[in-house]
Unconditional design. Structure first.
Length: 254
């Protein structure tokens, strides 16, 4: 004989699955808003940097354990996204439906977040630090995401994927480092060492420690595979340049 309770259990399981799916859809729809996002990762984050980022990008989203840092600094994120292996259990319970569990182990928490956020731009904090493997993974995610309007703020620098064309006002002598994560070619104006005619690729030819030799630097690249690293003081100019210039229409082919 079949137990009635069995069917009740089965029905409740299906209802729970459907409810979780609907909550996930609702969560993702809330992420599709026309406001810039501050995205906090599990690395070191301080009050000054978080306040600065929120002043430019007021929506606060955390990648997994980044929510722990947000709460420590007195901020509760609108959403938390990740596999939740480092999110404090009590905080997870308190955040309730703000938490989106993505169990995929073949992507990083930064990948999971960027795949689910649509915003004019994203400022990413806490994705660099003592663990070099985490920093390298985050930089790889910037290229894999294939969009230039995600700026990672590190201890001394900012890093972002070069768009098809970038036009920036910079002080003469400012450091402009270019680091490819695939074969990429380009051209430039206003750099001490022009990049035209060079095949950049990570195992042989990189473009670190270049310098601005004019008060305006223009960089053009042929595919979304070049990272740009600049001093943090240029953040506002970078955001202006990224938002006023072209964006990649498709993510890179791997």
């Amino acid at each position: 004989m079949f137990r009635l309770g069995y069917f009740n259990d089965l029905t409740m399981t299906k209802l729970a699955t459907i409810r979780a799916a609907l909550e996930s859809i609702a969560m993702q729809s809330r992420l599709q808003e026309n406001r810039a996002v501050t995205l906090v990762g599990g690395g070191a984050v301080n009050e000054s940097d978080l306040s600065m980022a929120l002043g430019m990008a007021p929506r606060l989203v955390a990648a997994d354990g980044g929510a722990n840092h947000c709460a420590r600094l007195g901020h509760l994120p609108e959403q938390v996204i990740g596999d939740l292996d480092s999110l404090d259990p009590e905080l997870r319970e308190a955040l309730g439906e703000r938490v989106l569990y993505v169990p995929d182990q073949n992507s990083t928490d930064l990948d999971k977040c960027l795949a689910r956020i649509a915003a004019p731009f994203v400022l990413a904090l806490g994705f660099d630090g003592a663990r070099l493997d985490h920093t390298l993974a985050a930089m790889t995610s910037l290229v894999g995401h294939g969009r230039a309007r995600v700026v990672m703020i590190a201890a001394q620098d900012i890093v972002f994927l070069a768009p098809p064309r970038l036009d920036l006002p910079l002080p003469v002598g400012a450091r402009v480092s270019l680091y490819p994560l695939g074969l990429v070619r380009g051209r430039s104006d206003g750099l001490q060492w022009p990049i035209e005619g060079i095949d950049f690729y990570p195992e042989a030819q990189v473009g670190t420690s270049n310098r601005a030799n004019a008060d305006r630097v223009v960089i053009e690249v042929d595919r979304p595979a070049m990272l740009v690293l600049l001093e943090r003081s240029s953040l506002e100019q970078v955001l202006d340049g990224l938002l006023s210039g072209p964006e990649w229409s498709e993510p890179p082919q791997r």
